[in-house]
Design a protein around this ligand. Structure first.
Ligand code: PA5
Length: 446
């Protein structure tokens, strides 16, 4: 199997091989904590062997459930937020035709839409308006089963589905993915008799894309989840040993060396618009895992060459606190050559006959060199192609590197205490029962 690779030669102007080698011990210890469960948050390491432990029975069940939704629906709405949303969104966007969202979904090939990832009144109004004459289904995903954003979306869409189809038919088109026992969603699913999948206790939201959380929506969108898991299994094997042949080890120690050298912001760069949501997924994975105890690399992302015309100036010439991690896709899926034009008024004949991707690759190389020259080191990740198996590799690679990197930084990579603060204030402002004291305190500040 071809595989993802990591190249760090373009960081050497900022950190030397010695600077990186000095972190070998710390990286080995961190990897050991991930593999042996001896670090902070070790009850959330269920993702480490998840790919190799995924059973055929589970995949069969997910695929059968997806097939049933595909046959009965022209639209399936996946409801969830954060780790219960971004992984599926990233994979589906990466593998889909770029214009799929403009085509009507049909039974057998439904459109997958998302809700519960925001609290936009207009978004929900417009979604419900769109669904008025659709044969739609719902996958509602919440590990805790209590998150406000997806709960609001589910309440609205459940009511709409029941109104459009009747309660009994609606039940057949709702699948819930949640904790085995706890939470309001589990209670509701049990009472209503929905088909359910379990999110294991030991897999945190942002590490859950290779569980039913990501796999079911991806299968509903028509993609090959077995190949996705196969790619992840391959990467699980490749990232087991504490050496440079382990791409996750190399990436984790290099980004920590850069952080120690004052590079506090990491920009994940793609040159393929299909990877936009991978940037969003990656930002959550690293931001929520590492940004704590007043530490952590700030994760940002750009889509090039688009953003070279917006963020390019800052990256080339702004404050020198950044480094880049570039995801380069070796092969485009389709072929498109630049035509020759007799009049050549646009002056493009010098690239006539070339693949569009060749021009893109020169933009990528030229930018990497310019950024390096401008004091922005870059780590290069090469992905053979945008296909399920390589995306499986990429997902697991980033997850493993995140665990190693978080431990190297000295934080618990698997909790997210800071996320609770906004919720407490929101509940206090909304006067949620049980928050009376907080309500009084926050109102006194307004
Ligand atoms: O990574 C995490 O744990 C979070 O981003 C959660 O995935 C997110 O808050 C959604 O939580 P839940 O699935 O419990 O609704």
């Amino acid at each position: 199997m071809k595989k993802l690779s990591v190249d760090i030669k373009d960081v050497k102007s900022t950190v030397s091989t010695d600077d990186i080698r000095k972190l070998d011990n710390a990286a080995s210890e961190a990897l050991d904590k991930v593999l042996t469960g001896t670090g902070a948050g070790s009850d959330f390491l269920g993702w480490v062997h998840l790919p190799s432990e995924t059973t055929d029975a589970l995949l069969d069940d997910i695929i059968a459930t997806a097939d049933s939704l595909r046959q009965n629906c022209d639209t399936v709405v996946a409801i969830g937020i954060g780790g219960s949303y971004l992984g599926a969104k990233a994979v589906i966007e990466a593998l889909s035709d770029s214009f799929a969202s403009y085509r009507p979904g049909v039974a057998g090939d439904p459109k997958v839409l998302f809700a519960g990832q925001n609290i936009g009144e207009d978004y929900l109004y417009e979604l419900q308006d769109y669904l008025k004459d659709k044969r739609f289904g719902i996958i509602v995903i919440s590990k805790s089963g209590t998150t406000t954003e997806p709960a609001i979306a589910f309440r609205l869409l459940k009511e709409q589905l029941e109104h459009q189809l009747g309660v009994d038919e609606a039940r057949k088109r709702i699948v819930a993915i949640t904790d085995a026992q706890r939470g309001a969603l589990r209670r509701l699913a049990t009472e209503e008799g929905y088909k359910t999948f379990v999110i294991a206790d030991n897999v945190g939201g942002r590490f859950s894309v290779l569980t039913p959380v990501g796999l079911l929506p991806i299968a509903v969108a028509g993609f090959d989840i077995r190949a996705l898991i196969d790619g992840a299994v391959e990467m699980e094997k490749l990232t087991a040993a504490p050496d440079e042949a382990n791409p996750a080890f190399l990436y984790a120690e290099t980004r920590n060396a850069l952080y120690n050298a004052g590079k506090k912001i990491e920009i994940l760069v793609n040159y393929n618009p299909k990877l936009h949501y991978f940037g969003e997924w990656w930002k959550q994975l690293y931001g929520e895992s590492e940004g704590k105890d007043k530490k952590g690399i700030f994760p940002a992302a750009v889509d090039n060459s688009t953003d070279l015309h917006s963020m390019g100036q800052w990256i080339q010439d702004g404050e020198r606190t950044i480094f880049e991690t570039v995801i380069s896709v070796a092969e485009a899926k389709h072929e498109k050559l630049i035509p020759s034009d007799e009049s050549n008024l646009d002056g493009l004949n010098y690239i006539a006959g070339k693949h569009v991707d060749e021009v893109n690759k020169m933009a990528e190389l030229g930018t990497r060199i310019a950024h390096c020259d401008g004091g922005v080191p870059n780590i290069l990740i090469t992905l053979p192609a945008i296909e399920e198996k390589y995306l499986g590799q990429l997902i697991y690679f980033f997850e493993k590197a995140c665990g190693i990197s978080g431990y190297m930084l000295g934080v618990n990579p698997f909790n997210q205490p800071g996320v609770e603060d906004y919720k407490r204030n929101m509940f206090a402002l909304l006067e949620k029962p049980g928050y009376e004291k907080e309500t009084e305190a926050i109102k006194a500040r307004l």
